[in-house]
Design a binder for this molecule. Structure first.
Ligand code: 0O2
Length: 268
């Protein structure tokens, strides 16, 4: 049997993980730049360690030299979301890339159909197309999408499974199952608060935009159009900002906008 050069064989998997991590982070940044709430909260990537590859090969009765053909999660990306409904949004974003830089070859929904132990997560197996110095390479990669609560549970369960070499005592399994249910209840409760969070964020963004608009128009009217009475308007703005409501701020912004339009220094 030939010695496996692990460093060399794992190199394209490292490259795939690095590239995918950057691409998914860029998608997250796109949302933020467009002032939208990104569905992904955290993005992690890892290449399975050699011992983890060999453990899995032994569990699945796969010869060590066949792992690169038979294991599809040597490269792995984990995307953590805040809310359960974001999982499907992220899965859709990945599906949109199908046929471009990747092919989605399998999907497993352990969110709707949790494993008997309580594990919840959405798995997508993809073939990632990339270019190396030796030419194009197609690297399989498992993308796991789950909420913060699901991830918390899975990481605890994973380390306990490791501690007990996969043979968790029945009592511990029952308790972990209860914890998985509690974590899912937390996710469900959080989903109801989501609407409040989004609404609060919209109010604060509207207020920020109005203030930006007012400040720019005040500036343009005073410094460019040289309208002297602007200091009175400025006092009025501070008064409304401190004591008024959003509607008053909106009215004031519209008045100022009309005035700036007349003087042809309107801020758009
Ligand atoms: P590690 O250390 O995370 O790499 P798949 O068909 O591969 O999408 P399937 O059939 O469940 O999914 O395969 P597998 O090989 O059992 O699980 C793939 C990965 O999913 C695991 O990798 C875990 O990361 C995660 N996973 C699956 N089931 C469980 C579970 O019950 N508990 C936890 N904590 N994680 C799970 P590895 O190789 O086990 O580990």
């Amino acid at each position: 049997m030939e010695l496996i050069n692990w460093d060399e064989r794992l190199l394209p998997y490292r490259q795939a993980v690095d590239e995918l991590t950057v691409k998914i982070n860029n998608m997250k940044n796109e949302y933020s730049t467009l002032k939208l709430v990104p569905p992904m909260e955290e993005i992690h990537g890892r290449v399975k360690s050699v011992s983890s590859i060999l453990d899995k090969a032994a569990r699945r009765n796969i010869a060590a030299e066949d792992v690169f053909d038979k294991l599809e999660d040597i490269a792995g990306i984990r995307i953590i979301c805040r809310f359960v409904e974001d999982i499907e949004r992220v899965a859709n974003i990945i599906r949109q890339r199908n046929g471009f830089d990747m092919q989605v070859i399998q999907e497993e929904d352990y969110v709707k159909n949790p494993k008997p132990g309580g594990y919840r997560s959405y798995h997508m197996t993809i073939i990632y197309n990339m270019i190396t110095i030796d030419g194009p390479k197609n690297i399989p990669c498992e993308i796991q999408i789950r909420t913060l609560a699901m991830n918390f549970w899975a990481s605890i369960e994973h380390s306990l499974r490791y501690k007990y070499s996969g043979n968790l005592p029945d009592e511990l399994q029952d308790r972990l199952k209860n914890c998985a249910d509690a974590a899912f209840l937390l996710d469900t409760e959080m989903a109801t608060i989501r609407d409040d969070i989004v609404e609060a964020k919209m109010i604060s963004e509207t207020k920020n935009n109005l203030v930006d608009n007012i400040v720019k128009n005040l500036h343009n009217l005073y410094y460019i159009a040289k309208v002297e009475k602007m200091s009175a308007f400025n006092r009025k703005f501070i008064e409304i900002y401190q004591n008024g409501n959003l509607e008053e701020l909106r009215d004031f912004s519209q008045k100022l906008q009309t005035m700036a339009r007349l003087y042809k220094v309107e801020y758009v």
